[in-house]
Structures are given as structure tokens and as C-alpha cells.
Write a protein that binds this ligand. Structure first.
Ligand SMILES: *[C@@H]1O[C@H](CO)[C@@H](O)[C@H](O)[C@H]1NC(C)=O
Ligand SMILES: *[C@@H]1O[C@H](CO)[C@@H](O)[C@H](O)[C@H]1NC(C)=O
Ligand SMILES: *[C@@H]1O[C@H](CO)[C@@H](O)[C@H](O)[C@H]1NC(C)=O
Ligand SMILES: *[C@@H]1O[C@H](CO)[C@@H](O)[C@H](O)[C@H]1NC(C)=O
Ligand SMILES: *[C@@H]1O[C@H](CO)[C@@H](O)[C@H](O)[C@H]1NC(C)=O
Ligand SMILES: *[C@@H]1O[C@H](CO)[C@@H](O)[C@H](O)[C@H]1NC(C)=O
Ligand SMILES: *[C@@H]1O[C@H](CO)[C@@H](O)[C@H](O)[C@H]1NC(C)=O
Length: 746
């Protein structure tokens, strides 16, 4: 045993020295190895390295960690950031008592020490593949010290940012004179401070993500930021993101919070999001009680019943003075709340943990009963209240405020409507010029437009004969505007002008899926990874509609031309013109007015008008088969038999050669097991009987877990060509009201 041990030990030592002679080693032990300037410690999977480096424009040497593949050596952690070594004589060692020390060879005093200590006498320093530098005490579990506990300007997946209120332990990011930390004076939020002054805040955590502007929400869901909290601690963390890409959050030297992802192809860190993102993100841009809206010009305004505190300054666009009430409130004033469809709730709220106050009425009554209460909001995390001035409010959309004397009933329906001005749209689309036209459908034409601040939009101009009244139209706009998901196209607002009805959407620069997918239409073929991401994205968007939004929504017209793609080819489900909502408990509906698109409609819907989440699942299945094959279900002609694409897929499946369905023009090699998995899922979704089809929740988990044994599909619906003219079709639309988080202020 002893011999064996010493042999491996010797082997290990030799190996280590062999490696160190070419510059890289894996672990450090006391008195055995040292890391001098020029040599690096490499994580086992060769993702991160630890070594000496200099910041640009400086000769001083620091010890830091960076991504091995990063030629620019952007450091994610620095040890001796305040105690640099002034030449290349620096050495990093681990002492027999377990401290990591950085010394300059001339001086014996360490420049920097981790001050960690071990008891066993055999400490080992490891650099892990997640970028964490750790000191282990012999073979004991856990770490005596880890760099993740001492963040610099970077948060890596797995790292925690926040505080333990009991031990007063805080983890925050710092960069020049900026600091990014978790603020728990109200519901937890991230704030960036310059000295003691707040420069940016994320908006309170709403239970799922930050409630700041939409980019903030998108960033927190994209990076899957999560909040872990208990009675004493509040910490944020994020896992590695969905594409299994390396990502990090950085507070840069100018106080900008950036979300970065490693771009393997380009060999650099891409900035995916950065905050503050626009003027309205600047803390208290519009002063106390002022409301910031970056889509409006001017960006600041006062709520109804308020006037600029210093009108002369406001005229000069100096907003800092904010707004004051025309008539001061006192305890005997009769009040009425105004509603704001906000994304970023004002700062300095009080979260009431009292569960009897959790419900909207209780929240409102509680505010009414305390005459210092100025606003309340019922949110997913509970009832929030504000006392005194409202600070740092921003709206994401343009909305109408009601004149003070407008009747109550009307207020209820209109106050959340995002409205654009007709002339703004006319000039954005250059008078709906032909060159800006990007699409045409049964509902009207779609134009590309550019708002004065440069934001690109897509404007859908509904045909005048759509026959929809103003009330129905507004209801629909409010309804759609509340659906917020990364895989649904974002409605920004609408415009009503005489007979004109316009819907304003985010502009998607890569157009619709059909333009990329079908052989007839496209230029180059999209690779499998993109196709898979598109399938998975559509599945998540549909799951949100079916299950995660506040009501059950059946899209009813899912098809390739209704899937739009952004600059990163992220799919966004669009066109809710036919969507229907179900109340809780309702599982299916019947319509005599069958609308949809042939080729995507399920048998029970096309023939009997029965629709349910399972009819959307059918359409999704058709899409999956189309995405795999690059062929259209409708219009597919296979020389020797009268079959649809589904029939063809079913035939190949039964003959044991499903991979022949695959689009041959895809870049090789392709992961065949993933493709088989998708074909199997697609066929399960298009099974004839709705009850045999999986739910979207099943589909999402089947897509996530490759290698899972999937069930054998039964015969699909519509596998032979049907006479489409037998099926009648016309329009029906939903008019559904929902409530969402709104701030009400008095
Ligand atoms: C380690 O201890 C020394 C002496 O107490 C102190 O100056 C230094 O800041 C400590 N290092 C760290 C990383 O906390
Ligand atoms: C944190 O601790 C302080 C003082 O001990 C206490 O007043 C405060 O309520 C605590 N906050 C939270 C969120 O637990
Ligand atoms: C709260 O969470 C922290 C961090 O995970 C943990 O250290 C602490 O023991 C927890 N406290 C309680 C009371 O559960
Ligand atoms: C910080 O990030 C912003 C936005 O990404 C960038 O414009 C700025 O130059 C960065 N500052 C530094 C010092 O890198
Ligand atoms: C309270 O305000 C109302 C008008 O809003 C005013 O008529 C009344 O005199 C005020 N009461 C007090 C005590 O200031
Ligand atoms: C009103 O709310 C404030 C802040 O929470 C509190 O300090 C005050 O005691 C409350 N007043 C009454 C009458 O409840
Ligand atoms: C999608 O759009 C981006 C940005 O406009 C462009 O670089 C990319 O080539 C487009 N992708 C495809 C497949 O057209």
C-alpha cells in the first residue's frame, strides 16, 4: 500500500513537473510547485486558467483567472487587485497552513494572502472548470476557501450575489468607484451605486425576474437568474444558459452592468444586454413623481393631478425637480386611484408580508386607510405600498391617462391601452411606402418602420373591412400586450385613426420561418442547431400560452409564416388574430367558424370545429416535421403516392428509415439521435386522436431530455390529401379581459 502510494505520488509529481515545464499545471500543493509569472494553472477541462497578467496600459502584474480560449484574457477574477507586483518576479504559492500567497521574489512579505487556513496539513489548490479557485483541506469535503466568495467585477454561473443579513456577509461586484449589490430595503433588487449615489436599479424582483424595463426582464429570463432567499439571506445566482454557452455578468468601469456570452466562433465575449439601457434607466431621471417613457417625446411627464415642480426647468428638459400635486393630499381628501401599466415599479416600496393584505382589495383598502400611503401595487410577491413621493417610475408603453372627470366605468377598460400617434406611424413607415412593406396576409399588410429614436418596429395595418369595432380592437390589444414571453413577438402598442386600425410590434430582422425553411423560398439552409433551437423555442412559447400565462390560450393558427425570427434566430410566435382563451377548467371549445390554415389544422378542428390545446399540439407537430424536412406539409408532392408530408414521415417511420425525412441540405455532421428524437416527438404530436397527443409540457420535457425512451406514435391525422374546398372558413376573434400587475396611485 505504501509503495503503491509513493509510486503514484512520484508519478504525479513527475507529471506535474513535466507539465509545468511547458507552462501549465493542474493543482498546487505546498512546497511542491509554485506558479511564477509566465506559468498558468489550468482547470481540468481546460476552460479556465489562472496566471499573471497586466491590465491594458499598465505594467503592473496581477494574478487572475480568464477563459483559456480568450486571446484578450478578459479576467473574471483578480487576487491582488490592490497589491500589484511591479515586475515579472511574482510567484504564487500555497502555504502548508492553506493560505494562497502572492509574493514578489525580492521581498519576502506576501503582497497578497487569502488568509485561509487548513488543519490537516495537506492543503491543495484547484482551479475548477466553472472558474472557481478553491483550497481543499486534504481529502475533506467542501472548500476552506473559494474565489467565488470574493467577487471582483464579474459574476459567473454558480456564483452568488447578495447578503446574509444575520452574519452581515455581503457579496457584490465592484469596478472603479461603482458597486453593484442587492438592495433589500424593499423587495430585493439589484442597484448600481457610484459612491453612495444610486445610478441604476433593476426594479424589484417580482418572484420570477426583475420588473425593470423589458430588456431587463428578457436578460433575467435569458440568463435564468434566480433568487434564493430565506429569513436571513437573499442571494442571486444563474446557471449556465440554455445553449450551454459560457456566460457572465460584469460591472464595467463606467458603471454599466453587462450580460456577456462567450462567442466561440469569434473568440470573444459578446455583450448581450447592458444596463442602463436608455435614458429612462437613469435613476430618478424624471425626479420625484415624474414618469419616464422612452417611447415618448419628451420622455418625462407628470401624472394626472400633478404639475412640474419648477416649470421653467421642465421646459428646458431639466427633469430633476420632478412633479408635485396640484392640491396637496390631506387625511380628509377624497381620493381616486389612477392606474399605470408599469414595468418598473417605483423605488422604496414596502412589501407587506401580512397575508390578509395579499389580495388586491386588501392591498387597496390598507393604502386607503393610511393617509400617508400614496400608491399600492398588487404583485406576484404580494402587496407593495409606497409612502411619500414616488421615485424612479418608468413606463414601457405609451398609454392614455384619463382626464380626472372621466366616468369610472370607462376608466376600467381603457387605462391600459398602449397607443401610438397616427402621424408618428405615418412618418415611421414613410407613408406606408411600398418599399417598407414586409408582408401581407388575410388581415392586412405589414410595414417596417423606424421611430424617431431609431427603434425599429413592424406595423400591421388591418384591412378596413376587418369589421372590428373600436371596443373589440382595444380589448384585443390589451389582451395581447399582456402576453410577455421570449418566444412570443412583443406587441408595443396600437394606433386608431378614423377607420384605420394598426398594431405595432417589435421588428424581427430575420423575417418569418417559412422564408428560411422551405426549399422553394430560401437562399441558404439553416443548420440543425438553429433548427433545434427554433423547435425548442416554439415549444416554450406555446407552453406559456397553454399553461403559464394567466389564462389558457389556444393560438389556433400556428404555422411557419407565423413564427418570426430575431437577429439571433430566436423564434417568436406571432399573430394572435385567431387566439381563443379558456377559463379555468375549460378544456375544449367548439366553433362553427373554422379558421386556420390548411396543412396545420388538426382533424377534429378542421372537420368538427373542436379546438383545444391539443389542436395547437397538432399544428406544432406539423411544424416540427416541416423543420426537420425543410418541406411544406401542404403542397408536398411525393411522386408515387397521394400522401401529405405527414403521411410520408409516417411511412418512413414504419419502414424503419425515419432519417430519410431529414433535409439533406443541412450542414454535416448532424446529431442523428437528436433528429430522431424530434421526428418521434413530431409524430406523437400529430397523432389522429387528441387524447393520444402529448401536452406542450410533455413536449418541452421530451425535448430537454435526450436519450429518454419515447413512446411509439400511432397513425397521424390527415396523412392523405383531403379536398380542402370542403372545409369552410371565416373569422372569429376573442375579446377577453385580464388583469395584470398595475400600480395605482392617488
Ligand atoms: C489577510 O490578512 C492581512 C493581515 O491581516 C490583511 O492585510 C489582508 O487584507 C488580508 N487579505 C484578505 C484577502 O482579506
Ligand atoms: C436585516 O437586519 C436588520 C438589523 O438586524 C433588520 O432591521 C432588517 O429587518 C433585516 N432585514 C431583513 C430583510 O431581514
Ligand atoms: C439561509 O441561506 C443561507 C445561504 O444559503 C444559509 O447559509 C443559511 O443557513 C440559511 N438560513 C436559514 C435560517 O435557513
Ligand atoms: C462599459 O459598457 C458600455 C456598454 O457596453 C460601453 O459603451 C463602455 O465603453 C464600457 N466601459 C468600459 C470602461 O469598458
Ligand atoms: C384637506 O383638503 C381639502 C381639499 O382637498 C380642503 O378642502 C381641506 O380644507 C383640507 N383640510 C385640511 C385640514 O387641511
Ligand atoms: C401609515 O404607514 C406608515 C408607514 O408604514 C406608518 O409609519 C404609520 O404608522 C401608518 N399610520 C397609521 C395611522 O397606520
Ligand atoms: C439574421 O439576422 C442577422 C442580423 O441581421 C444576420 O447577421 C444573420 O445572417 C441572419 N440570419 C439568417 C439565417 O439570415
Amino acid at each position: 500500500m505504501k509503495i503503491f502510494l509513493s509510486i503514484t505520488f512520484l508519478g504525479y509529481t513527475l507529471l506535474s513537473f513535466a507539465r509545468s515545464s511547458i507552462g501549465a499545471i493542474n493543482t498546487l500543493k505546498p512546497n511542491q510547485h509554485l506558479l511564477d509569472d509566465g506559468r498558468t494553472l489550468v482547470s481540468p477541462g481546460e476552460t479556465f486558467v489562472l496566471g499573471f497578467f497586466s491590465f491594458p496600459d499598465s505594467l503592473s502584474r496581477y494574478v487572475g483567472i480568464w477563459l483559456k480560449d480568450d486571446p484578450k484574457r478578459k479576467v473574471v477574477w483578480v487576487a491582488n487587485r490592490d497589491q500589484p507586483i511591479f515586475d515579472s518576479s511574482g510567484v504564487l504559492t500555497i502555504t502548508p497552513t492553506g493560505s494562497i500567497v502572492v509574493t514578489s521574489q525580492q521581498g519576502s512579505e506576501p503582497s497578497w494572502s487569502s488568509n485561509s487556513s487548513t488543519t490537516s496539513g495537506s492543503p491543495v489548490l484547484h482551479l475548477l472548470d466553472d472558474g472557481n479557485l478553491v483550497v481543499k483541506d486534504g481529502n475533506k469535503e467542501g472548500y476552506v476557501w473559494q474565489s467565488f466568495d470574493y467577487p471582483f467585477d464579474t459574476m459567473l454561473p454558480g456564483m452568488l450575489l447578495g447578503l446574509n443579513n444575520e452574519t452581515e456577509e455581503r457579496r457584490y461586484l465592484t469596478s472603479s468607484n461603482y458597486k453593484c449589490e442587492v438592495d433589500i430595503s424593499g423587495p430585493p433588487q439589484l442597484v448600481v451605486r457610484q459612491g453612495s449615489k444610486i445610478s441604476f436599479r433593476s426594479g424589484p424582483w417580482n418572484g420570477v425576474r426583475f420588473s425593470g424595463q423589458h430588456r431587463m426582464r428578457e436578460a433575467s429570463s435569458r440568463f435564468k437568474l434566480t433568487l434564493v432567499s430565506n429569513s436571513t439571506s437573499v442571494f442571486y445566482s444563474f446557471p449556465n444558459n440554455e445553449e450551454n454557452m459560457m456566460s457572465r455578468i460584469v460591472l464595467n468601469a463606467t458603471g454599466i452592468l453587462q450580460y456577456l456570452a462567450w462567442n466561440k466562433g469569434k473568440g470573444e465575449w459578446d455583450v448581450r444586454f447592458s444596463f442602463p439601457a436608455d435614458e429612462c434607466d437613469e435613476y430618478k431621471k424624471c425626479g420625484p413623481n415624474g414618469i419616464c417613457n422612452s417611447h415618448m417625446s419628451p420622455i418625462c411627464r407628470c401624472p394626472t393631478g400633478f404639475v412640474p415642480k419648477v416649470p421653467r426647468e421642465w421646459e428646458k428638459r431639466e427633469w430633476g425637480g420632478g412633479c408635485v400635486r396640484k392640491t396637496p393630499l390631506n387625511c380628509s381628501t377624497k381620493v381616486k386611484f389612477q392606474k399605470f401599466p408599469l414595468v418598473k415599479l417605483p423605488d422604496k416600496s414596502k412589501l407587506l408580508h401580512d397575508h390578509t393584505k395579499m389580495f388586491s382589495e386588501g392591498c387597496k383598502q390598507g393604502c386607503l386607510q393610511n393617509c400617508s400611503c400614496t400608491a399600492y401595487a398588487q404583485t406576484d410577491i404580494g402587496c407593495l405600498r409606497w409612502h411619500g413621493d414616488l421615485l424612479d417610475i418608468r413606463e414601457c408603453r405609451i398609454s392614455i391617462l384619463n382626464p380626472e372627470n372621466e366616468p369610472e366605468a370607462e376608466e376600467e377598460n381603457q387605462d391600459q391601452l398602449p397607443l401610438y400617434d397616427w402621424l408618428t406611424i405615418v412618418s415611421a413607415t414613410d407613408h406606408f411606402s411600398y418599399s417598407n412593406k414586409i408582408g401581407e396576409g388575410g388581415f392586412g399588410s405589414v410595414y417596417k418602420g423606424t421611430l424617431p429614436l431609431g427603434q425599429e418596429i413592424a406595423v400591421k395595418r388591418l384591412s378596413k373591412d376587418s369589421g372590428q369595432g373600436i371596443v373589440e380592437f382595444k380589448n384585443e390589444v390589451i389582451f395581447i400586450s399582456k402576453l410577455q414571453h421570449r418566444n412570443l413577438v412583443g406587441l408595443l402598442g396600437c394606433c386608431i385613426h378614423g377607420e384605420e386600425r394598426l398594431l405595432v410590434y417589435e421588428y424581427m430582422c430575420n423575417g418569418s420561418l417559412d422564408q428560411h425553411l422551405f426549399k422553394q423560398a430560401r437562399g441558404t439552409s439553416i443548420d440543425w442547431q438553429k433548427r433545434f433551437n427554433i423547435i425548442a423555442g416554439i415549444a416554450r412559447g406555446l407552453l406559456y400560452l397553454h399553461r403559464d400565462s394567466r389564462m389558457r390560450i389556444i393560438h389556433r393558427d400556428l404555422k411557419a409564416s407565423n413564427i418570426l425570427l430575431d437577429d439571433e434566430m430566436t423564434p417568436k410566435i406571432s399573430d394572435f388574430g385567431l387566439a381563443r382563451t379558456f377559463g379555468s377548467g375549460q378544456l375544449e371549445g367548439i366553433t362553427k367558424r373554422i379558421m386556420g390554415t390548411f396543412g396545420y389544422m388538426s382533424p377534429e378542428y378542421a372537420t368538427d370545429g373542436v379546438f383545444s390545446t391539443k389542436s395547437d399540439v397538432f399544428s406544432f407537430g406539423v411544424l416540427v416535421i416541416e423543420i426537420v424536412s425543410g418541406e411544406k406539409n401542404r403542397g408536398f408532392c411525393f411522386a408515387d403516392h397521394e400522401q401529405t408530408l405527414l403521411g410520408h414521415a409516417w411511412k418512413l417511420w414504419n419502414e424503419g428509415r425515419p432519417l430519410e425525412l431529414m433535409d439533406a441540405s443541412m450542414e454535416k455532421p448532424v446529431p442523428t439521435s437528436e433528429i430522431l428524437n424530434c421526428i418521434n416527438i413530431g409524430l406523437l404530436c400529430v397523432q389522429h386522436k387528441p387524447e393520444d397527443r402529448p401536452t406542450m409540457a410533455n413536449v418541452v420535457s421530451m425535448l430537454d431530455s435526450e436519450g429518454l425512451e419515447l413512446s411509439q406514435p400511432k397513425q397521424p391525422g390527415f396523412f392523405t390529401v383531403v379536398d380542402e374546398t370542403d372545409l369552410a372558413a371565416w373569422i372569429s376573434r376573442s375579446t377577453t379581459e385580464v388583469t395584470m400587475t398595475t400600480l395605482e396611485a392617488r
